[in-house]
Design a protein around this ligand. Structure first.
Ligand code: DGJ
Length: 729
């Protein structure tokens, strides 16, 4: 039973196979945080009270914090009392005040985990996989109830946390700040790590010392964003990939977020995460509730590798839809970088024919098939085929593609509207806008107001009509601009600041409706590359296009950074042409293949321009992918050599039973007259013997490969790479 409540000592103990999380209800009804870390045996945990309280109390049972909230490690900090750190909740009451005071009322435990209404969240899985604790706290004066929900996943120790705020009183209030998570950690010398960047440079690892004051990352772009991912980690100053303690946090949400770490006057660290309170408010009438998104918390004492492992196993097994868990993905050929908007039925068939001949399995028709879209300045919202490009329609094209033995996939950008579209001419108020103000176009497009159900339903109907008519087995759901002029024609003035969150709820409503109706279709999320690479999208779509940057060398940093929180089984990765369209770099085809083979593999170039030698090499890559892709889907990922340190990057994937592994090494700079270079592997069975297939094939024990290492080849030239498959003998 991993959720223990001790009625005598008034403690709650959430326990997994590896971790414990402990809270206490004090006599006043305040709830404090006592412990989060390695697993504790259950029993008398009251000694934790003294470890968390600077006063060194003699009797843990009577400890309280009235008037002293600033020294308390809180579970639900609110505004208006003696805690002057950032609150999780700030509520505007009908008397104009913003003071709240929530005290323990009751609690419940349950096996499994309820789904969150209207929001994506981690899934319970099999009986026994997780247990949930709900604690109700009440603000009697305001007539509000807050339910703190904690789900502990037994195997990984991941903790899912969310907050439900219910207006159980008789007066309307307004939520100004409603975060999903707040936890106060003990002092320590730590670094803060997050994943920042920009378009084509997403999720680079950013690590710096956590000093006094507040370290804050956020998004105000209406999407989780290229610039910062909703992920934050705190690691011991000396924490490496393999050693040291680290805490990680990730928000299951695709819109504006905030994540902060504040070191207070006593060096306690408050970590908080949730919907960005900037320009947010939410009216809560009597009888209504507000559900925050879910936050995921992970802890490891086995370095960053261990921390990532907690997220990876949770997301592989408890986030993506069960139908797609572990399921191998088809090798695709996408026409975007091959043709951009300029294609015809015949050109597509020429590419597809070569793809089929080389062993590819899915053709994806990208942007430009609808309305009269010959550039990015028209037709979003008009999801009907362009007869100029496709004289036999999508159905004719899909049938011809299918006749080659390939499945057919299609691009949509359902959340957008072009000013030059039939939809906009019919419904000029269907975009996000503020009356009297400019409707800013980004990439020549506006954003549909998905806070309006009728707008969502109209788009759902259009997309579903195509998916009904055409034999589509894959959809790429793109989203190519941030949200501006965040206003809705349907909301009254006092509720305009609900628009950004309502937009995200609308996206989830659409994704839910369409993916439910077409459960056999494989959906891939995309947002100008990786601007919405977050667990919210992964709940509906089991994979995401990692970045528009398809250059293999740039991808080393992007895929490495992404793997801090997300497993390779959700990262789209394609081989594209050289010189690369984003950086102009020419890398060998082998390196482009080797890097992409650690993700959901595909091609994105004009196959009709390949030489015979390149075709042969691609045949080899495809055969290798078919032989090893189960490792991408199910394997444990280990980062071995960082692209930020030195000129080599290496990582590996190990089968769950350690019978097979895949090791990838990229050397971005040749070294003159090199000495012996070795790579220490991880995650193998130490007593087994492995056949090492690839350059310098040989056999060696798992212990030798992990302790002494794998001998690396020397190379001539830059951007060379190698891939090894290891098989237990
Ligand atoms: C951005 C995506 O990331 C690309 O892969 C491509 O689909 C374009 N949009 C199409 O407009």
């Amino acid at each position: 039973m991993p959720v223990y409540s001790d009625p005598v000592r008034q403690t709650f103990h959430l326990q997994s196979d590896r971790t414990s999380y402990v809270m206490k209800v004090h006599p006043s009804g305040l709830v404090s945080h006592l412990y989060w870390g390695g697993r504790l045996e259950d029993g008398d945990l009251s000694a934790l009270v003294c470890l968390a309280d600077k006063r060194l109390p003699s009797d843990p049972a009577t400890v309280d914090y009235e008037g002293l909230l600033d020294i308390m490690r809180q579970e639900l900090p609110t505004y208006g009392n003696t805690d002057f750190r950032p609150p999780a909740l700030q509520i505007l009451h009908d008397d104009g005040s913003t003071v709240s005071d929530f005290r323990y009322s009751t609690h419940r435990t349950m096996a499994g985990k309820p789904a969150l209404e209207g929001l994506p969240s981690t899934r319970a899985g099999k009986a026994g996989d997780c247990d949930t604790l709900e604690i109700d706290l009440k603000d009697a004066h305001a007539g509000l109830t807050v339910t703190l929900r904690y789900t502990m996943f037994r195997a990984s120790g991941a903790l899912a946390r969310s907050v439900l705020i219910s207006n159980t009183g008789s007066r309307t209030c307004t939520l100004l700040r409603a975060l999903s998570l707040s936890v106060d950690l003990p002092p320590g010398e730590r670094d803060v790590i997050h994943l920042g960047g920009t378009w084509a440079r997403e999720r680079h690892v950013q690590r710096s010392a956590l000093a006094g004051g507040t370290h804050l990352i956020d998004s105000t772009r209406g999407m989780s964003s290229h610039q910062q991912n909703p992920f934050l980690a705190l690691a011991d100053r000396h924490c490496t990939e393999t050693c040291g303690e680290a805490y990680g946090f990730n928000l299951v949400y695709s819109g504006n977020f905030v994540a902060l770490a504040e070191v207070d006057q006593f060096a306690t660290v408050r970590v908080a995460m949730g919907i960005n309170p900037f320009d947010f408010s939410w009216n809560l009438a009597p009888g209504e509730s507000f559900q925050t998104p879910e936050a995921v918390m992970a802890w490891s004492d086995r370095g960053l590798d261990g921390l990532s492992g907690v997220f990876h196993s949770l997301y592989r097994n408890h986030l993506v839809h069960p139908d797609w868990v572990g399921r191998e993905r088809p090798i695709l050929i996408n026409n975007w970088e091959a043709t951009y908007f300029s294609f015809t039925h015949d050109k597509i068939m020429d590419i597809a024919r070569v793809g089929a001949d080389l062993g590819m399995e899915l053709f994806v028709l990208d942007d430009g098939w609808f309305g009269h879209r010959d550039a990015d300045n028209s037709s979003l919202g008009d999801w009907t085929e362009d007869p100029k490009k496709l004289p036999r329609g999508l159905k004719g094209l899909a049938d011809d593609i299918n006749a080659l033995g390939l499945r057919f996939g299609l691009w949509f950008e359902p959340e957008m509207i072009s000013p030059d579209s039939e939809l906009y001419r019919a419904h000029p108020d269907w975009c996000l806008h503020v009356n009297g103000r400019t409707r800013t176009q980004v990439r020549n497009q506006l954003v549909l107001d998905l806070s309006r159900k009728e707008v969502c339903d109209a788009v759902i109907a259009q997309v579903c009509a195509i998916l009904e008519k055409v034999n589509v087995s894959y959809v790429k759901w793109d989203m190519n601009r941030p949200l501006t002029e965040m206003g809705s024609a349907m909301l009254p003035p006092g509720r305009q600041r609900e628009t950004a969150h309502r937009y995200v709820l609308g996206v989830y409503y659409m994704m839910d409706a369409i993916t439910r109706r077409f459960p056999k279709v494989l959906f891939e999320g995309c947002a100008g590359g990786g601007s919405r690479f977050d667990p919210g999208i992964l709940y509906y779509m089991p994979q995401i296009w990692t970045s528009d940057d398809s250059d293999a060398i740039e991808r080393l940093k992007i895929q490495w950074g992404t793997s801090m929180c997300y497993p390779p089984s959700v990262m789209g990765a394609h081989v594209s042409a050289v010189p690369n369209h984003q950086v102009g770099r020419a890398t060998p085809l082998s390196t482009r293949g080797n890097v992409a083979l650690s993700g959901i593999f595909g091609y994105e170039l004009d196959l009709t321009r390949l030489t015979e030698a390149e075709k042969d090499e691609i045949r080899g890559q495809i055969a290798f992918c078919k032989d090893t892709r189960h490792l991408v889907m199910n394997g444990t990922f280990h980062r071995l050599k960082s692209p930020w340190e030195g000129h080599e990057t290496a990582w590996m994937l190990v089968a769950p039973d350690a019978c097979e592994a895949l090791v990838t090494l990229v050397r971005v700079q040749g070294v003159p007259n090199p000495g012996v270079s070795v790579l220490r592997l991880r995650g193998l069975d130490p007593v087994a013997t492995y056949r090492v297939e690839g350059p310098m094939a040989h056999s060696a024990s798992g212990s030798l490969l992990m302790q002494a290492g794998l001998r690396l080849p020397s190379s001539w030239g830059d951007n060379s790479s190698w891939i090894w498959k290891l098989v237990k003998e």
